[in-house]
Ligand binder design. Sequence first.
Ligand code: ZN
Length: 412
Amino acid sequence: MKSKTIKDKVVFEGYGIHTNSFSKLILEPYENGIVFLKDNVEIPLNLEYISQTQRRIVLKKDNVQIETIEHLLSVLNVLGIFDIKIVLEGDEIPILDGSSVIFFEKIKEIGLVELEKEILEFKLLEPIEFYLNDSYIYAKPSEKFIINYAIVYENHSFLKSQFFRIEINEENYYNDVARARTYAFEEEVNELRSKGLGKGGNLENALIISKNGYLNEPRFLDEPVRHKILDLIGDLMFLNRPFIGEIFCIKGSHKLHIEFVKKLLNDGLGGPIIDINEIKSLIPHRYPFLLVDKVVHLDENKIVAYKNVSINEEFFNGHFPNYPIMPGVLIVEALAQTGAIWYYKFNPDNRDKLPLFIGIEDVKFKNQVLPGDKLYLEIRVLRSGSRFIKMYGRAWTERGICCEGSLIATIK
Ligand code: ZN
């Protein structure tokens, strides 16, 4: 599908539900992804900038922090807006009425423009299940985006459990989800405030639940579970692609949602963006020296790929006969090949030329890479010209970072 941005600026003002501070939020048309801007610091929408997931999502970069982004992201996701600049003058995205309906209506009113840019759907390839303490997510392939959500409060005298199932599209979202407000239990309000949370929460922007019922008028009898769906759609925006698949979530939280997104991205479950056949059409490396199996993320600044490391690798014969360990220089080479895939993808006119290393800087090796490892290879492009590319690379396995550093290559 084509990405969209907004036709014109949209401004929102109001208090934050957690900080109780007043903020001005300006959404601007943009064509280079989803970027937050505060105090001249740009924070791209990326998992690595998430600093907190308790009760809300907080982004942080260079000591600049933006709180409670999820309700806005939920609307962007549903409307297919993958390019927008989100400027915040203040600390927290205004909570408005506690739901996302005001964001939805105002953005629809200003209108959207379709960009030339193609956004690949994250179409779930295989079933996946994921636990975190007593919360659980299962997702399976589907032609549609469907969410089944259950909340369970075994010990609560009123809420007990709620379940809601919905196919996510603009119309259903607007009718059944967008108006659902965030909620809190009356008895936890003081505890939350002592932790510095919910300081701006009140009966105007949250549904409050007492032991006997709702303290304010609910918009739906099952408003809490619908709000959880709203939050999940916002958190899925960290895929930076529209999700297609059916999700079953029980007792979810922002933490569970975000761990789920991490797993989807790390396992490349949205399909090989570039499979091995296309990799071979892009870079000249061949057996036994082709060190990238699949690309799972690609955009104008970044590429993530992986290599399945097997005991059958040639180099394990000699490195070392009694202790097979992947040579560090080959990890660097695998990173360089990943960078070359990025380069040729975006510079098709140079595909007949060879990529050659001219330098590496500050390369450090940490964890070892062993037979059986899935070796992830991530490259961020620092600078790129027609014959030159400087990039920062890092490689990791499930045990952590194995190698990181800067790589410079020329194209001859
Ligand atoms: Zn929420």
